[in-house]
Design a protein around this ligand. Sequence first.
Ligand code: RP5
Length: 171
Amino acid sequence: MLVSAAQIDVVLLMGSASDWKYLKGGVALLGELGLTFRVHVTSAHRTPQRTKDIVRTAEDDGCKVFICAAGMAAHLAGVVASYTLRPVLGVPLPGGVLDGVDALLSTVQMPGGIPVATFAVGSAGAKNAAVCAAQIIAIESESVGQALREMRARAAGKVEQSETEILADLP
Ligand code: RP5
């Protein structure tokens, strides 16, 4: 559920509109799992004050988890983590000549005391950040916990179905 009023579960920040293609699947999961969320484009480098303001407003609106996705010198998650005590989930993104290795190291190598929980590079990382955010929210939300259980059951069913199809195709 995309909401603009107060009582937001998750706020997702991306460093550039060029990042969106990697994030659509994760954002779709936020909705499927019943979380309330907002999405912003803001850069640690190009719009530092806007980034700070977004974090403050998100906290005022009850945000429990931040997801921050960026590529290249990916400082967005670390900067957001410096402004908040909420958990920050970092998603490094591909692109540039180093194709995500730069973003991975920029996101994961935080100095002690200011953590960023860092996920896989790209779309898989965005999806897992969304699921992890739901798992955090599910500590206090039975409905989100139930949505997570149903999602895992569907995924398990697809694996079993795929085996059935392969067995039916055996020579
Ligand atoms: C990062 O620089 C963004 O997160 C993006 O991944 C990368 C390139 O941004 P654009 O030049 O495409 O806006 O800050």
